[in-house]
Design a protein around this ligand. Structure first.
Ligand SMILES: *Cc1c(COP(=O)(O)O)cnc(C)c1O
Length: 367
């Protein structure tokens, strides 16, 4: 028996490299760039609470030993914060780790996965890696979540319903009523995973988090949250899953690597949770700056979608990759979208006032 010519699984051939964007160092070395505004990855420009630094210094004493494989202290703090049992929580090396773990735990070749489009690409990639088929529900012509199409799709016998709310990159979101309709329509045997990476920015009466449904939803439900966005810990990689299903909790634990959240990350997240005021400050910055940036982009004649995240998605009406390149020459990192139908759209994070000003000046000078 001979092996196929490539050692790679055929599922990998269909995947594109993750569109991670450039680092500050890469852009700072460009001629003429004196200041870099890193607005491509939705990080919190204010960083975490200062207590995190102290916790990391203390944790340095312990780096010769393995971390707690289940993060007992962190899980207990999260359980208390959310009013759920610690044995319904799974920690991840970022929530993207949990997306991969969930896919490994439940998806079989040929399974169907429903997601919203344009999508957070990892929602699709890990599904395809497992041999599953991705069903995309696009936006309405007005640029909103197509709740009707989503309700129809999730009622089918699919394995997994997985989408971000607010959506990334689109920024649009489901209201509590809309989310309720979708969850009520989900096929009884499907797993639902709501990726709430931007929850801390979106919180409010018109935003529907799945958290309140953990105690009432009939089917298996997973809610993903992360310390990478509003909590300001993207470099340390910590996310978590909350679930109403003991079976899924067991499956996720079996499918993850045993020490997936490192010791420094656990210490930082614990300290961050003890000092949540920095999240309020980060959310207030976005609430102040996002409407200003949105109005300024619109004033240039471009279409911008509403957003409850710390970012905006806009149609530049020209190839996004070329515009992003022109912005790089002015020290501004944004994310040009590349998925079919959105090749003229870009996603820009809300940064500090200075970052946002630099972006708006660069944009108006590049059109
Ligand atoms: C940023 C982001 C994540 C990734 O978060 P990590 O916890 O850093 O892995 C997950 N989902 C969505 C929708 C995101 O935008």
């Amino acid at each position: 028996m001979s092996l196929p010519s490539s050692h790679l699984r055929p599922e990998l051939a269909a995947l594109a490299p993750y569109n991670a964007g450039l680092t500050v160092a890469e852009v700072a070395s460009r001629p003429g760039v004196s200041r870099v505004a890193k607005l491509g990855s939705n990080e919190n420009p204010l960083g975490p609470d200062p207590a995190v630094r102290q916790a990391l210094e203390a944790a340095l004493q312990r780096i010769a030993i393995y971390p707690d494989p289940v993060g007992r202290t962190l899980a207990a703090k999260l359980a208390a914060r959310h009013g759920i049992a610690a044995d319904r929580l799974v920690l991840g090396n970022g929530s993207e780790d949990l997306l991969a773990v969930l896919a490994r735990a439940i998806l079989r070749p040929g399974d169907k996965v429903v997601t919203l489009y344009p999508s957070f690409t990892l929602h699709e990639d890990y599904a395809r890696l497992m041999g599953a088929e991705v069903i995309r529900i696009g936006l309405t012509p007005e640029g909103g979540v197509d709740v009707e199409a989503l309700v129809r799709a999730v009622a089918q016998p699919v394995r997994l319903v997985l989408f971000a709310n607010p959506m990334n990159p689109a920024g649009v979101w489901l209201s509590p009523q809309e989310l309720g309709r979708v969850l009520d329509a989900v096929h009884p045997e499907a797993v639902t995973c709501l990726d709430e990476a931007y929850h801390e920015y979106a919180e409010g009466d018109d935003y529907g988090s799945g958290e309140t449904r953990l105690s009432t939803h009939g089917g298996p439900l997973v809610i993903l949250r992360t310390f990478s966005k509003a909590w300001g810990l993207a470099g340390l990689r910590v996310g978590y899953a909350m679930t109403n299903s003991g079976e899924l909790k067991r499956g996720l634990d079996l499918a993850r690597t045993p020490f997936n959240v490192n010791l420094m990350a656990q210490a930082a997240a614990e300290a961050a949770l003890d000092h949540p005021g920095s999240v309020t400050v980060a959310a207030a910055l976005v609430r102040r700056e996002l409407p200003r940036v949105k109005a300024a982009i619109e004033a240039l004649g471009l279409r911008v979608l509403p957003s409850k995240g710390n970012f905006l998605f806009f149609d530049a009406a020209r190839p996004s990759v070329e515009l992003a390149e022109a912005l790089l020459d002015k020290g501004v990192i944004v994310k040009p979208w590349k998925q079919p139908g959105y090749e003229t759209w870009l996603r820009v994070s809300i940064g500090t006032e200075a970052d946002n000003g630099q972006f708006l000046a660069a944009l108006s000078g590049s059109l």
